[in-house]
Design a protein around this ligand. Structure first.
Ligand code: F3S
Length: 397
């Protein structure tokens, strides 16, 4: 890989230890993926923030980088293992909270904004079309590439931190036009509506892509979709298909920049979606936990929840997971009071997947296909997907 003079000096240690380590990580990545050069990034999002994922080894690495490291570009964090202000009410133990705060304080020492969210694009870490970024959360990577038209690979924790500390990333993968072409034409022949249905669609397409050994679908037949529907779709197709970029006719800004795949590989019918939905509902589920906000709930979703919950009483543990700045808007607008008066709880900074709640509940109801996947795989819950309205009904019945 070609490095300019300054990058060579970074590698030689002229700018300090953390810069040198970061450059070593990124130069190695660049060599592995045949990058020709480094490019500037305009923002970074770091995953692997929960102390559950980091452990002491991860924290040691962070501390080393924080000795002399300061980020060069706007950088935010993925959800942590707890709500930083309300962790006791969510049943998080004190030891975990102490360790989680040690990790977040270390990120803060490096100049990272400690807003912990998987929807950085909703809270100001928002790239524009064509900008290069280095993001780590799979749903956000998919959203930024496909809905915004920014350019990022899916970074790991260390490579995202390294990109933040030097403001650069190796130029390979989805940063290059040649790797952004649609590979498979997908025709959606039916109307799709709601976050749950877009999640089910993402699961169906993701599963098919895995069968076909492809990554980038070109999807037609969806005339419009809301931000919330798209974030749910992105989370799902990234989870089930490993997809970091799709083209959606009329929605993806660059969908006409490349030739459309000519062969229709699959069409999607009502039956396909019904079958995919059935796979997200476990038999004999006993629901004792309801969670909305995977990916993190937007202010629109919270406004809607406040309408649905006004004057009601929640009978089950009910979390609304969101970014702290979104929660603050909800507080100011009066939505939080209505929601909390009904007995539901905000879980800002965290989510039902990264919080250390394995085995605490029997069955979870969600409107997110991604949360179904990890609810089963990570937390060993039985799962059921439904619309936001159905989730609220379940919580109050
Ligand atoms: Fe976000 Fe947690 Fe879902 S990180 S995408 S809310 S699993």
């Amino acid at each position: 890989m070609r490095l300019n003079q300054e990058e060579k000096e970074m590698l030689e240690g002229k700018y300090g230890k953390s810069t040198q380590k970061s450059m070593e990580i990124l130069a190695t990545l660049g060599e592995i993926f045949d990058a020709e050069n480094m490019i500037d990034v305009h923002g970074v999002q770091i995953a692997g923030v929960s102390y559950d994922n980091l452990g002491e080894a991860g924290l040691e690495f962070l501390n080393e980088m924080a000795e002399d490291g300061k980020v060069k570009v706007l950088t935010t964090l993925n959800p942590a293992g707890m709500d930083r202000e309300n962790w006791q009410a969510l049943g998080i133990d004190e030891e975990f909270a102490k360790n989680q705060n040690r990790a977040i304080d270390t990120f803060a020492k490096m100049g990272i904004i400690t807003t912990c969210s998987c929807t950085p694009y909703l809270i100001g870490n928002t790239p524009h079309y064509g900008q290069h970024i280095a993001w780590a959360e799979s749903s956000a990577v998919c959203y930024s590439n496909s809905v915004i038209g920014a350019r990022t690979n899916r970074e790991g924790g260390p490579s995202a931190l390294a990109a933040a500390l030097i403001g650069k990333t190796p130029n390979y993968g989805y940063h290059l036009d040649k790797n952004r072409h649609g590979q498979v034409l997908v025709v959606v022949n039916i109307p799709v509506k709601g976050t749950d249905e877009f999640g089910v669609l993402g699961k169906f397409i993701g599963d098919k892509l895995v069968e076909l050994g492809k990554k980038i679908p070109y999807i037609t037949g969806i005339p419009s979709a809301t931000v919330e529907e798209l974030k749910s779709f992105c989370a799902s197709v990234a989870t089930y298909g490993g997809t970091a970029l799709f083209h959606m006719d009329g929605i993806t800004p660059e969908c006409n920049n490349y030739p459309k795949p000519s062969e229709i590989v699959f069409e999607i019918s009502h039956d396909d979606l019904d079958n995919a939905r059935a796979e997200l509902i476990d038999d004999d589920i006993e629901i004792d936990f309801v969670s909305i906000g995977c990916p993190h709930a937007s202010i629109h979703e919270i406004a809607n929840l406040s309408k649905l919950l006004e004057g009601k009483e929640v009978k089950k543990e009910f979390w609304i997971t969101t970014a702290r700045p979104t929660k603050r808007i909800a507080d100011e607008a009066g939505y939080s009071k209505i929601i909390e008066d009904a007995g539901a709880k905000f879980a800002a900074d965290t989510c039902c997947v990264v919080a250390p709640i394995k085995g605490r509940f029997k069955g979870i109801m969600v409107d997110s296909a991604k949360a179904c996947y990890y609810g089963r795989a990570k937390n060993k819950f039985k799962v059921k997907i439904g619309s936001i309205e159905e989730c609220v009904q379940e919580a109050i019945k």
